[in-house]
Design a protein around this ligand. Structure first.
Ligand code: UN1
Length: 499
């Protein structure tokens, strides 16, 4: 059978790239499964998409917020109606198990409804003027065309967080999805289109970072850049935006600790660690990749965790009995295997996993056994660097103070967690951990879309997405003064005399 050809989505139409070139997209659980051929676009296609986004901006910015919101609501409803279809397509191209793909689509549904509601809020401030007969207020204004570069690990959720916040503010969008997962972003485009989004307001151009991503962020008409991915690429993007003073929102790596105290419910903590470390095959920027466990419970915790890791069923995520899918691609698989070697050489003890799975149901995919290292140390590379795979490391600790010190001794600051039954310890950790997200008695994954999402230090550059905080990335403030005194009243000078 001929593989289906997927096109770019530009100006409300499905169009081919000018290069005439196509790239394959294969299932990482079974590379014999060809999902389709996607457009290998170039700078010319980017320019054409930005042309239409710039044109569409002229009218979209003037559509009242509540009406923009209604389109977002309709898109949310369509995503809900199509949840099964879009989730299955996502599992096939990304590998995450079906129930997690459903969660990914659900995040897109949630943010659609959240931002739909923002259409009737988009609050600014009204405040008294310091002068009589003068009115003062501030309003949010759209910024223009937004350029997005999105990752493969949340192929619908992350594009939707950025897009829905951008659209409700009155911006238009051109997005370059990850080359490993373009189908889910095209499905998202389909839902927006069917919801009645005007042509040109949202556009998708597929292809490589070099030929599509770079021209997109460098186009002078693109006023906001939002990127989720590695810290290295984020640095390049930040530098590319800096000379033009572009709004640049970056969401990057993490090395997220779970602290397990001696008073914790150990079974609950193990449950949390299994989900946090091996959910999405550890390929979340929020993954629980460091487990800082009190020495009094570390033996019991590690034994139970290793047992649970060994019992996980690894395979094709379309099989509902499977717990964990493959790595996204060969390169990622190689990175994970390399880190396993590094961990062994550094002297950590392999408590579970540590190998590529090559049996009959695994030989055509990129599968690694869920891996637990014990006897880790804070200075080991496996305890410091983001691996982005199904590998976690247990580091024994003596006290909460030591755990917080190790947790904060990191370039990253995305998510963090503590398992304890002592409310005082929970509050100390809540106050002192340097991270944008914090959980008590939950692992480091599982953020909800109506709270700000993002991290401190090299995880981000001071912005947030999701929640109403995302509106700050996609709008400019305008402070407005209306004088109805009939005179030119000079602020700071014509101050009414105090009695
Ligand atoms: C990511 O890992 O890039 O909090 C996003 C979570 C998910 C989102 C993760 N809701 O784990």
């Amino acid at each position: 059978m001929q593989a289906p050809v997927f096109k770019n989505f530009v100006n409300g139409e499905w169009v081919t790239a000018t290069s005439g070139k196509l790239v394959e997209n294969r299932n990482p659980a079974d590379t014999r499964d060809l999902i389709g051929l996607f457009q290998d676009s170039s700078a010319e296609d980017v320019k054409a998409a930005v042309d239409v986004a710039a044109e569409a901006y002229k009218s979209w910015r003037l559509v009242p917020g509540p009406q923009r919101g209604e389109i977002l609501y309709r898109a949310g409803q369509l995503l809900k109606d199509r949840k099964e279809k879009y989730s299955a397509a996502m599992t096939r191209e990304m590998g995450k198990v079906l129930k997690e793909a459903r969660g990914d689509v659900q995040e897109a549904i949630d943010i659609s409804f959240l931002m739909g509601g923002e259409g009737r809020r988009l609050f600014g401030q009204t405040t008294p003027s310091e002068l009589p007969n003068k009115f003062a207020m501030s309003v949010r204004c759209p910024v223009g065309v937004c350029g997005f570069i999105t990752p493969w690990n949340f192929p619908m959720a992350i594009p939707s967080w950025k897009t829905m916040a951008a659209l409700i503010c009155g911006n238009t969008v051109v997005i370059k999805p990850a080359t490993d997962t373009p189908h889910s972003t095209l499905n998202f485009a389909e839902a927006l289109h069917d919801a009645g989004l005007p042509p040109g307001v949202f556009n998708v151009v597929t292809g490589s970072g070099r030929r599509v991503g770079m021209p997109l962020i460098k186009d002078p008409r693109v006023k906001v850049v939002s990127f989720t991915g590695s810290t290295d690429v984020g640095r390049t993007i930040s530098e590319a935006c800096a000379s033009d003073f572009k709004h640049c929102h970056l969401e990057m790596g993490g090395k997220n600790p779970i602290i397990v105290m001696d008073d914790a419910n150990v079974d609950l903590a193990v449950d949390g660690a299994v989900w946090g470390a091996f959910g999405t095959t550890g390929q979340r920027c929020t993954a629980s990749s460091r487990l800082l466990v009190h020495k009094k419970v570390v033996k019991e915790f590690t034994q139970k965790l290793a047992e649970r890791a060994r019992a996980l069923k690894v395979g094709n995520g379309l099989d509902e009995t499977v717990d964990m899918g493959p790595a996204i691609n060969e390169g990622q698989l190689a990175t994970v295997l390399e880190y396993i070697e590094i961990g062994k050489n550094e002297g950590a003890t392999l408590a579970a996993g540590g190998v590529r799975l090559t049996g009959p149901e695994h030989e055509h995919g990129f599968f690694v056994a869920p891996t637990v290292f014990a006897d880790g140390h804070r200075n080991m590379r496996i305890a410091r660097e983001e691996i982005f795979g199904a590998v976690t490391v247990v580091v024994p600790i003596d006290s909460l103070e030591e755990a917080i010190d190790i947790a904060n001794d990191s370039d990253y600051g995305l998510s963090s967690a503590i398992f304890t039954q002592d409310v005082n310890k929970a509050f100390v950790a809540m106050r002192d951990l340097e991270a944008g997200i914090f959980y008590v008695n939950l692992p480091t994954i599982g953020a909800e879309t109506h709270l700000p999402f993002g991290g401190w230090k090299q995880t981000g550059n001071g912005h947030r997405e999701a929640g109403s905080a995302a509106l700050d990335v996609f709008s400019e403030w305008k402070s407005i003064y209306v004088d109805y005194s009939g005179r030119i009243q000079k602020a700071q000078i014509d101050i009414p005399a105090s009695s």
